[in-house]
Design a protein around this ligand. Structure first.
Ligand SMILES: *[C@@H]1O[C@H](CO)[C@@H](O)[C@H](O)[C@H]1NC(C)=O
Ligand SMILES: *[C@@H]1O[C@H](CO)[C@@H](O)[C@H](O)[C@H]1NC(C)=O
Ligand SMILES: *[C@@H]1O[C@H](CO)[C@@H](O)[C@H](O)[C@H]1NC(C)=O
Ligand SMILES: *[C@@H]1O[C@H](CO)[C@@H](O)[C@H](O)[C@H]1NC(C)=O
Length: 399
């Protein structure tokens, strides 16, 4: 029995023969809500290093647009990748790395490669529909997003799995042979990985679901509570005081306040959600000192907390807070940074994870509430767009 340990991930890899493996291990001490990638990438300075990819060679699959309609047979082009250097032809396992709410630019050189080497596996990866270059439409207008859901995405994975097995079989001049397939995913793709195994048990031997968000949550107040807990008493108090000062300034001189955060373009006060997010991201991605140290020091030195926070926020987001700007989220162009709009659509239709302030003792502003999120959904996508979280959990079994 061999065990591989990677960043807190413990996998029992004797399972590959054909067992279900569903592991849930938050990478941090609290559960992980998926972020839009443009924000995520700012915290990952390796995002642009090509040597971190095993392959960026794009391949294409003709995919069914609507898996749930018997009469709509339209197709779209979906991007995928394959890496066969370690594959033990012809019977080795096939690892399907599920891509999620971002442009999927290749197969990353991460722990999966270590496993692929060890098990002689082929590694393949499918871009999630609508993201990156896998957009079925030239415009992301709400009416074109009707085929955009995790349910359709799961069928994409199933179709891809069949297609790839068939192509491999014909390459090898054989029929009716099935390699053992194993699916992997982290965060939202972690949920897809678990759901795929549930929905299509005959198509995989197993599934690794890392930090998987399998339970949709409507008012996700626990997120802010965990930020407070992770910060510790001193930093939490400084963060709460900063929030109060920001709210006061917002009431008296909103323009100057927004300017001090390089956020003059934000029209809606609730868009100051990004101020809460800046701190939350530090905790979520393991850099608590980045926000705690300057605030606690400013507090001790009797300096202006809002200035200290503004400095931190500007270092975090640079000059751009555009991914929080509803004007930007309304843009229907297919572009490199359309994943902000796309993830919000998934939030507003299926999974919510509204990171609202708890009613007591919150770190973030109470302006970041349920109303703010529902208004955003309506403003950005139109009337009647709001998440039915109960339906999502009934569908997938989250309790
Ligand atoms: C990312 O890579 C591209 C292509 O090599 C390069 O043009 C660009 O400047 C890089 N961006 C950053 C932020 O390093
Ligand atoms: C494929 O297999 C068939 C049946 O065994 C054989 O007749 C044919 O020559 C093979 N083709 C190739 C390209 O190997
Ligand atoms: C979420 O919070 C809002 C506002 O506090 C409340 O009206 C609503 O009932 C809550 N919904 C759920 C599902 O907890
Ligand atoms: C509010 O939060 C404080 C600090 O965590 C706690 O001491 C208090 O009991 C809470 N009050 C309520 C009503 O939950």
């Amino acid at each position: 029995m061999s065990k591989t340990t990677t960043r807190g991930v413990v996998m029992d890899m004797t399972m590959l023969s054909c067992l279900l493996v569903l592991l849930f291990f938050p990478t941090l001490s609290y559960s992980y809500a998926p972020r839009t990638p443009s924000r995520l990438n700012r915290f990952s300075n390796t995002a642009n290093v090509t040597s971190n990819y095993l392959t960026k060679q794009q391949l294409w699959l003709s995919q069914t647009l609507d898996h749930f309609s018997p009469y709509d047979h339209r197709k779209f082009q979906q991007r995928y990748y394959e890496f066969l250097d370690y594959f033990q032809f012809p019977d080795g396992p096939i690892f399907l790395v599920i891509c999620g709410e971002y442009s999927c630019n290749g197969i990353k050189n991460d722990y999966i490669v270590v496993l692929a080497k060890k098990f002689g596996a082929a590694v393949v990866s499918l871009e999630h529909r609508y993201y990156g270059k896998s957009s079925p439409f030239k415009s992301l207008a709400t009416e074109n997003l009707r085929y955009f859901s995790s349910k359709q995405a799961l069928f994409d994975l199933a179709v891809f799995r069949h297609y790839y097995q068939d192509s491999l079989n014909s390459k090898l001049n054989r029929t009716k042979t099935e390699n053992p397939w194993f699916v992997f995913g982290v965060s939202y793709p972690g949920a897809l990985s678990a759901w795929f195994r549930l929905k299509f048990p005959h198509l995989t031997c197993g599934s690794l679901a890392s930090s998987a968000v399998v339970l949709a949550v409507y008012n996700y107040t626990e997120f802010d509570q965990q930020v407070g807990e992770s910060a510790g008493a001193e930093s939490k108090a400084a963060l709460q005081e900063t929030t109060q000062l920001i709210e006061q300034k917002l009431a008296t001189n909103a323009k100057a306040l927004k300017k001090s955060f390089n956020a003059a373009e934000l029209q809606i006060d609730g868009d100051l959600y990004f101020l809460a997010d800046a701190a939350a991201l530090s905790f979520q991605y393991g850099n608590p000192d980045k926000v705690c140290k300057p605030l606690v020091e400013a507090k001790k030195a009797g300096e202006d907390l809002v200035d200290a926070y503004a400095k931190f926020v500007k270092e975090t987001f640079g000059d751009s807070v555009q991914s929080y700007d509803q004007k930007h989220l309304k843009s229907t162009a297919v572009s490199d940074d359309d994943s902000d709009r796309l993830w919000w659509f998934q939030v507003c239709t299926e999974v919510a994870y509204f990171q609202v302030a708890p009613s007591n003792d919150s770190v973030r502003s109470s302006k970041v509430d349920t109303r703010y999120h529902l208004d955003l959904c309506k403003n950005v996508f139109g009337d009647g767009v709001f998440p039915d979280v109960t339906a999502t959990n009934i569908y997938y079994g989250g309790t």
